[in-house]
Design a protein. Sequence first.
Length: 453
Amino acid sequence: MTRSHRSSPADTPPNTHLTPLSKAEADPSPVVPDPPAAPEPPSASPARTAPLLPTQAGERYMILDSLRGFAILGIALANYPELSLYRFLPEEAAAALPVSGWDHALNFIVHSLIDGKFYTIFSLLFGIGFSIILQNTTRKGGRVLPLFMRRMLLLALMGLLHLTFIWSGDILLLYALMGMLLPFFRKLPDRVLLSSALALLLLPVGIDAACEYAGLHPAAFFVQLQQQACAHSGITPDNFATWLRDADSYAGIFDFLIQGAAVRAQEFIDGNRYFKVLGLFLLGFLIGRHRLYARLGEHRRALRRLTLIGGSVGLLLSPLFAWSSMNGRPWGIAAHSLIYTLSVYPLAFAYVGLICLAYLRHGSAAPFRLLAAPGRMALTNYLTQSLIGVLLYYGIGLGLGASLPLVGVELIALLIFIAQIILSSLWLSAFRYGPLEWIWRILTYGRYFPCRR
């Protein structure tokens, strides 16, 4: 069973089988906004018997919230072409949709400027978040490993439920599994940590080259598993794009999600996602270890260089990455992997640098406050985006899947994000945490925290 080249995920090799939804990345750790010149957290260590508490408002920074909010926008724009089933349409069906010419141009832009970039940003933020947990837990006299592992186990559970029952494109489970490795890197010196991060980010190119040369397919088991699930449920290339739209009961959707989970595992393996995610986690942890987010003004020149160099390289090579993604990687998997590395990471880092520079000049401006609200509720908003997509595009909801042009799909994604800005702002005016963030905190720390302000 073959999926068309136009719909194959941007950061995984082409497959000769049905491929479900992918692309989502999120660091769900909620962040509470604070003035740009927030003070350093107190260095005094309380008694070891003091109860551990989540990070409080005075220990948070609006720049992290705003970056998360920015990434939530990117997640919606990256995910909805697949949640809407547009990416699964055959070429002929996509060409028959209204404004198909605009769709082709927009698809190229999405591949160039969005795909892969926002999961990179979220992964960096996840690593920064771990450094904050480590610093706060150590300062308060707590044990880091049990607390963080409990947090990751809960995240893994949420990811597993999301993957199995809502959408096959979950990223939370992979984040949790890779996150469990982070504590074992926490005592490494900076140079070793940086070298490890860079090695992990470059390793996929070597792995892809070796597998391509040797004709290996490491994820063949999951390919067979997915094919068996499709055969059992009656999913074929002819009905793949419309299966979820035509499903009139949740049982049909669940059948699709089962095969989708197998392909998601295959995508992680063939796409070397675990190396990429862990490498970005370590890079984020190194940034957080030195609290660079709290001292942006000291690094203005470095941020300018990051933005200029990353933006120049990324914008130059991203069209090449988009063309390769949309045309079935004509130069091979290894070449595409190299283009990915040289285009996605630099452009994502340039996005971060540009936002940080803008924050230094206009940190109290409305756009940062607006982005911070959904960023503080990143877990809730990420999962809500999936749920809304199901209700919009699947047969158990409005059944709009595989029928809207990409322009309409991305417009809907943008409107959903605007609604999330409004609803997140209203919610946080009355409550301290997002609903899922609140539950996550209670279960992580094993004690009740009041949510209402």
